[in-house]
Design a protein around this ligand. Structure first.
Ligand code: ATP
Ligand code: MG
Length: 581
């Protein structure tokens, strides 16, 4: 492909809205353009990357025995009402109404549709295991679309669904998908770890996420893993070891103290000269319309998912200042459990262990000190409610400590059990003639997110460094001055030979300065750059630069294709993936 015949609108300036390197480089490299929050166009280079990612995913799914289908994006609301997800997925579900005032959903996932599709037709145990997948656009009304393709409102996903006769058979199907996922990400040059995760609104028994480790703030997920055993979990799910603490043996009397205008943990602890671990913070939530007071140590972070599970709540929101005033009788910042009536109180495991604690006194500008669990207040429930932290004991083994790192979730797998098959009547008859619901699994890979994740893990300060297998082109030819006939001729010859050798080649035929071409080449990140310039040609040589390492190799004109083949083999670990050479 000639640059002049495609569309690569590179930008010199860094777009202000882009926070992540990968987002910046995809915009600057002319890969994507934003239409609205979380909605992007994929320009020619990006479309080529997406097709490659898709192709690798497709090959590995096919190899694992999954069969490709394509299901409707537009779905009737009734389907989602039957499984209750019309409620539980909440505001993330993209809803619309047709001209007859019927509610519709733009699919963000397809458990309902696929189950309804096979219900009544998957009749016998002989038809299973069955694994159906599709690669398709998805819609989700994300609360915070951000980071470019990482969290979009419209994005591409591969979603697969398995149907099995029982849990043992499901476990086999699940493992096949897990193996296929590792193979898929490995082929894309991405290093992923499988971690335990929450099943969320998906329901079901167990779930895992495939996380790509990133060094920066680029990760949206925090992962905790044990330094001794193989425990690894998303922070949403990571457990705290040890169970509920015994009440501390503090003896200080309960005393009111004036704390004028001190309403944050930082303010109060500084004002009273105590550590944040001595403060019992009281957060007010509304769980399915009922107010709840949630207690945890001042130095800890509430885990909203754990709270939602503990409360068994479908919808959980933070209480508004009005509700707080009504429930506690005080403005925001002075809530506390002592004397708090008419509201369910749940506390984190650690709270009873706080000795001579400090809490709000449900009175403006007043706190209590010398607060003791058991003597001054009690919680209806004691549960694990906080985020696990780095350095803490592992919940699985006795000697390990947890370490944290940042990750991007590129895929996940769920054991769904019979939630969807029961709700939608996907039953079969077993060997003994008994009717049973199918045991299901669901498996997603974010196509667009994975493509950007590859950039987040592969870039330097100049631009993208694509993994060879998903690069939009494999080789780029850079004639440094197209006005010179010798350079133009040599470049055309190399371009033709590389294509004949099976390479996907981009020829930068623009009449631009060398500097501009070098910068753009580094920005768009094609793995091999063949540089055709005056200096080399004088000695009959052409320079080949490896984008990833900056290494330069000299080759005679007729050896360029062979040299590129050798370098491609090195880049792909000898497998030569994507290069037929
Ligand atoms: P997250 O926790 O990041 O919101 P999820 O658990 O909602 O992800 P799934 O519903 O299982 O994700 O979707 C499967 C895959 O689709 C994810 O692993 C991710 O790679 C991708 N994905 C999910 N949401 C988005 C999004 N808003 N934009 C782009 N890709 C997404
Ligand atoms: Mg999500």
């Amino acid at each position: 492909m000639r640059w002049s015949e495609t569309y690569i609108p590179t930008l010199r300036e860094t777009p202000a809205e882009a926070e992540l390197a990968s987002h910046r480089f995809l915009l600057r490299g002319g890969y994507i353009r934003k239409l609205a929050a979380g909605i992007y166009s994929y320009l020619p280079l990006m479309q080529r990357v997406l097709l490659k990612v898709t192709q690798i995913v497709r090959e590995e799914m096919d190899r694992a025995g999954a069969r490709e289908v394509l299901m409707p994006v537009l779905q009737p609301a009734e389907l989602w009402q039957v499984t209750d997800r019309w409620q539980t997925v909440g505001r993330e579900l993209m809803r619309m109404r047709d001209r007859h005032d019927r509610d519709l959903v733009l699919g963000g996932t397809h458990e309902e549709v696929v189950t309804a599709m096979v219900a009544g037709e998957l009749k016998s145990y002989r038809q299973m295991p069955l694994n159906l997948y599709q690669i398709q656009v998805k819609f989700r009304d994300e609360i915070r679309p951000r980071f470019g393709l990482m969290r979009g409102r419209e994005f591409y996903m591969k979603d697969a669904y398995t149907f099995d006769v029982d849990e043992a058979s499901q476990a086999v199907s699940y493992q096949k998908m897990v193996d296929a996922y590792f193979a898929t990400f490995h082929r894309m040059g991405l290093d992923v770890t499988m971690v335990d995760s929450d099943t969320g609104a998906m329901g079901g028994k167990r779930a895992h996420e495939f996380m790509m480790r990133v060094a920066t703030e680029g990760g949206e997920a925090t992962i905790l893993s044990c330094d001794r055993c193989d425990y690894a979990a998303n922070v949403e799910k990571a457990e705290n070891a040890g169970g509920a603490h015994a009440p501390g043996n503090g003896s200080a009397p309960l005393t009111k103290v004036d704390t004028p205008r001190q309403c944050t943990v930082e303010d109060v602890t500084a004002f009273l000269g105590v550590g944040a671990e001595r403060l019992i913070k009281t957060l007010l939530y509304v769980a399915d319309d009922a107010p709840v007071a949630v207690l945890l140590r001042g130095d800890r972070t509430l885990n909203a998912l754990k709270l939602q599970h503990a409360l068994g709540a479908t919808v959980l929101d933070m209480a508004t200042p009005d509700v707080i005033q009504k429930v506690t009788g005080a403005p925001v910042g002075f809530a506390g459990p002592v004397g708090l009536k008419g509201v369910r109180i749940v506390a984190d495991w650690e709270v009873p262990g706080v000795v001579d604690g400090v809490t709000g006194a449900n009175e403006k500008d007043v706190h209590y000190k010398g607060v003791q669990y058991g003597r001054d207040f009690q919680a209806a429930e004691l549960v694990d409610l906080r985020d696990a932290e780095s350095g803490e004991p592992c919940p699985r083994c006795d000697r390990g400590r947890l370490e944290t790192y940042s990750g991007i979730e590129v895929g996940n797998t769920f054991m769904l059990g019979t939630k969807y098959s029961t709700a939608l009547g996907a039953n079969f008859t077993d060997e003994k003639g008994q009717e049973k619901p199918c045991v299901m699994g669901s498996y997603g890979i974010g196509i667009t997110r994975t493509a950007q994740a590859a950039v987040e893990s592969g870039h330097d300060d100049k631009g993208i460094v694509w993994p060879y297998s998903i690069a939009p082109y494999q080789v780029m030819v850079l004639p440094l001055n197209v006005r010179k006939a010798e350079i133009r001729t040599a470049a055309e010859q190399v371009y033709a030979e590389l294509q004949a050798g099976g390479f996907e080649v981009l020829l930068d035929d623009r009449d631009e300065r060398g500097g501009v071409k070098f910068n753009d080449a580094d920005l768009i990140g094609i793995p091999l750059q063949v540089i055709v310039g005056d200096r080399g040609l004088k000695e009959g040589k052409i320079e080949i630069k490896v984008r990833a390492t900056g290494d330069r190799h000299l080759a005679a004109l007729e050896e360029v294709t062979a040299t590129c083949s050798r370098l491609a083999a090195l880049l792909t670990g000898g497998k030569g993936e994507g290069a037929e050479a």
